[in-house]
Design a protein around this ligand. Structure first.
Ligand SMILES: Cc1cn([C@H]2C[C@H](O)[C@@H](COP(=O)(O)OP(=O)(O)O[C@H]3O[C@@H](C)C(=O)[C@@H](O)[C@H]3O)O2)c(=O)[nH]c1=O
Length: 189
């Protein structure tokens, strides 16, 4: 189990060992003790799986507002995505900055996105399945979205006309929302 910290505090790539043989491969997709030994003590309440038919499908940017904030451990089962996390923690030295990483079926790397980030992805292949564990259960009342193409965030998604849900197509800019994670806010993960 390898952990690679990324340039935004708390964000990292987690790579379980992938054991290949003549049949294919085996990996421990999630191991609490191995991650604890590496310094990450995570507890999840829900596993999510989404399937996107077409390449160029964009889901995001999403978060759940406190007290329902979610940390997300994101992996790709089939296909590939560009996965994006935006730091929106008030007072964070990297507030407003984002990281974009390619996750794919060919690579065991998964992205750990702590609470306090916006999250979204665009699919890079048809029939893409994304599996992710979340630290808190879905809470429709606290579910929020931010425009994927918010000019203040300046994210290069590599697509100009993605497939979007109606909700994401109508999403507001970040600056038009109440502050998502106010100063002094502390998440559980
Ligand atoms: C996220 C979620 C949605 N739903 C329902 C609500 C709706 O009827 C349907 C589809 O929801 P959405 O359009 O929000 O699905 P989607 O756009 O795939 O939302 C997801 O996007 C990625 C980027 C994330 O980070 C996730 O946390 C989540 O927000 O599923 C649940 O029942 N439980 C859940 O946990």
């Amino acid at each position: 189990m390898d952990i690679e910290p990324l340039e935004l505090d708390g964000l990292c790539l987690i790579r379980p060992a992938r054991h290949g043989d003549a049949r294919g491969w085996f990996e421990e997709a999630w191991s609490a003790p191995r991650l604890r030994a590496a310094g990450l003590d995570l507890a999840f309440e829900q596993d999510n799986l989404s399937y996107s038919v077409a390449a160029g499908t964009l889901r995001g940017l999403h978060f759940q507002a406190p007290p329902a904030a979610q940390g997300k451990l994101v992996s790709v089962i089939t296909g590939a995505v560009l996965d994006v996390a935006v730091d929106v923690r008030s007072g964070s030295p990297t507030q407003g900055r984002h990281v974009a990483v390619r996750l794919s079926e060919d690579d065991p790397a998964r992205l750990w996105v702590p609470e306090g980030f916006l999250h979204g992805f665009v699919t890079l292949a048809p029939h893409t399945r994304v599996a992710y564990k979340v630290t808190r259960a879905y809470n429709a009342e606290h579910d929020r979205c931010v425009a994927w193409n918010d000019p203040d965030l300046a994210i290069d998604w590599g697509v100009s006309a993605p497939v979007l849900s109606g909700k994401d197509a109508r999403a507001p800019r970040l600056r038009d929302l109440p502050v998502p994670f106010p100063p002094g806010w502390r998440g559980k993960a």
